[in-house]
Design a protein around this ligand. Sequence first.
Ligand code: DQA
Length: 148
Amino acid sequence: MKSILLLMGPNLNMLGEREPDIYGSDTINEHVETATKFAEEFGFDLIHFQSNIEGELVDEIQKARGKHSGIIINPGALTHYGWSIHDALVTFDGVIIEMHLSNPNQRESWRHTSVVAPVAHGSIIGFGIHGYELSVRALHKIIGNNAK
Ligand code: DQA
């Protein structure tokens, strides 16, 4: 079975409560349900992991090697300075989609840099919860039928 690892970084456990004007009112469970629904539509299992701790995300990326067809990652604020996430992603042998709910380029200047973008196949940003569908579609397109 092909599978996708959906990784979420710091503060995304607060979805629904945290700045709903920016991130929407759906809870993290609703985000995961949405992502799972689209993953299944495209024949993927979806495994979700959220952590506020950088090293735990690194551990999950390392474990994903040889196991998942792709990673959809929203690293939260670690996007902008989390070089250990960048380095871990370099070791991953599948497709990497960077995803953000908001469009960081429209926001504070410190959000304009992503240390993840250079190691991702592509980035889906600014489409809120619809980003999961777009990310799964992109991942599926890249993998084709050759997924592990
Ligand atoms: C975010 C954007 C980041 O700048 C921010 O720190 C987040 C969420 C997004 O999904 O829009 O935590 O990754």
